[in-house]
Design a protein around this ligand. Structure first.
Ligand code: HEC
Ligand code: HEC
Ligand code: HEC
Length: 415
């Protein structure tokens, strides 16, 4: 049965829990109410939590909202979280803010959609929530009305979120793992809470809830595949603490590929987050990802060209100037294609998306960048070159149904 039908059935059966009470409008916020230490800590947590990534529209003022977040059920617009009293969160008291972050409820008691990752932010400590509140309330208030959501019926009706919460949302304080170091536990806390890494890297069920039993097994986000961050990692060479730290801070590691798609925005924020916090996340993840590589980094140029002659010709004409071993770009220490994780993944969509859309230079680097081929290559040509790369550079089986996957990716990422 379709998820919408399911939810509608529950709603009709009267299974909707009673709605939450509104919290009265707060007095005007006085910046003397908060310490500069709190504001600084809040600024750091906002980077770790990507608040500005979602809450800033293209070309809009930071935190003033208006960016559409794509979900399988339609678009939810991130709201204005500047302290404007009319259109932002200016009338949120500290208690109302904490309830929104932990329980996903608006000040007036309305349900908030889990496109806002409160299922992760609910793990945050009270101290961290105070600091974020202090930071947001001392931003410049911006008047900006958030556009209306575009969700498939009946999901536009906010009370149905209560059904989803009753099924899947179990807010609980973060529990440290005994026997692990303080740094490991700090990393685990940040990954689970503000980092909301599982929001993309954990598979979701048919109603969009993360499957906790499959934490970090790999998931889908905005048309991209977020590969596993545990022992199922497809990476052809092991991820170590140092390599993870460099990747998370710069968006690039010389033994794996550059951070593309939505991961680019995540690393962009982490580049400005406290170094010790990113180090702690690297310590925790390196432990989760400890494994022997499943795929081999190979270079079977002759066999691959025999199997995919069209792809080999396209590669020689369009890609080899940059990617062929020994080319000027490769001599600058860029990751060779045989080491890039996308080519070793179970799913072809990251490689397809990179070829269609190209890549921006990673944070702090002036270039080189990669042009997108969405406009100059047909679906069949993208499929040929992708099949050639997979056969040449990875020890994994060929991807099936590539032309269809390219056509779908074009639609999803509007390339
Ligand atoms: C993945 C995108 C995403 C990220 C990251 C995100 N938010 Fe949001 N947030 C949303 C969306 C979407 C909504 C609106 C949900 C709705 O309308 O039901 C929202 C709503 C909110 C609200 C409710 C405000 C209101 O009255 O509408 C608050 C408060 C908030 N976010 C704070 C934060 C903070 C603080 C952070 C960073 C720690 C953050 N958000 C990170 C997507 C995001
Ligand atoms: C908005 C979705 C999203 C969020 C949130 C997110 N990621 Fe990612 N991540 C991705 C995608 C998509 C890729 C694959 C991109 C590519 O091919 O470059 C990726 C790639 C990665 C990789 C590279 C894996 C490899 O083997 O090459 C690491 C490591 C990683 N993410 C860690 C994290 C951590 C840590 C967090 C939380 C702080 C996080 N991600 C949050 C979407 C996300
Ligand atoms: C102007 C130089 C340039 C050209 C031309 C170019 N790329 Fe790239 N490509 C890059 C850079 C820079 C990166 C990011 C660094 C990295 O991860 O290797 C990249 C990354 C990639 C990646 C992801 C990394 C990985 O190892 O999986 C793939 C796949 C890729 N390119 C395929 C292609 C294909 C196919 C073509 C031709 C159709 C092409 N590129 C043309 C510069 C280029």
């Amino acid at each position: 049965m379709k998820p919408v039908v399911w939810i509608a059935a529950l709603a009709a059966a009267g299974a909707l829990p009673a709605s939450a009470a509104p919290i009265p409008r707060a007095q005007n916020f006085a910046s003397t109410d908060v310490s500069s230490t709190d504001v600084a800590l809040g600024a750091a947590l906002a980077k770790l939590g990507d608040c500005a990534v979602c809450h800033t529209a293209e070309g809009g003022a930071p935190y003033a909202g208006g960016r559409p977040i794509a979900t399988p059920f339609g678009q939810v617009f991130a709201t204005n979280i500047t302290p404007d009293r009319g259109t932002g969160i200016g009338s949120y008291s500290r208690a109302a803010f904490e309830r929104a972050m932990r329980k996903g409820l608006r000040r007036d008691g309305a349900e908030l959609y889990p496109a806002f990752p409160y299922d992760h932010f609910s793990y945050a400590t009270g101290r961290d929530i105070d600091a974020l509140y202090a930071f947001l309330m001392t931003r410049r208030p911006m008047r900006a009305v958030t556009p209306a959501n575009r969700l498939i019926p009946p999901l536009g009706f906010r009370p149905v979120v209560a059904v989803w919460k009753a099924l899947y949302f179990r807010p609980a304080p973060f529990a440290a793992t005994p026997g692990k170091s303080a740094q490991w536990n700090r990393g685990a806390y940040l990954v689970a809470s503000f980092g909301h890494c599982g929001g993309c890297h954990t598979p979701r069920n048919f109603l969009g809830a993360e499957q906790k039993a499959k934490a970090f097994d790999g998931g889908y986000a905005e048309g991209w595949y977020a590969p596993p961050l545990n022992a199922s990692t497809p990476a052809a060479t092991p991820w170590t603490e140092d390599r993870l730290f460099t990747y998370l801070r710069t968006g690039l590691d010389t033994n794996h590929a550059a951070a593309a798609g939505p991961m680019g925005a995540v690393t962009h924020e982490l580049a400005r987050a406290p170094q010790a916090d990113v180090r702690a996340m690297a310590v925790y993840l390196a432990d989760l990802m400890k494994t022997a590589p499943r795929s081999a980094a190979v270079d079977r140029a002759t066999e691959a060209a025999a199997q995919h002659p069209v792809g080999a010709t396209l590669y020689a004409g369009a890609c080899a100037t940059c990617h062929e071993p020994g080319s000027p770009m490769m001599r600058e220490g860029r990751p060779p294609l045989r080491l890039g994780t996308p080519l070793h993944e179970d799913d072809a969509r990251d490689t397809i998306a990179i070829v269609l859309r190209g890549l921006e230079p990673p944070v702090g680097a002036a270039g080189p960048y990669m042009p997108g081929y969405g406009a100059s290559f047909s679906d069949a040509q993208v499929a040929e070159v992708v099949a050639y790369l997979r056969a040449r550079f990875s020890g994994r089986p060929a991807w099936s149904k590539l032309p269809a996957a390219v056509a779908a990716a074009r639609k999803e990422t509007a390339a």
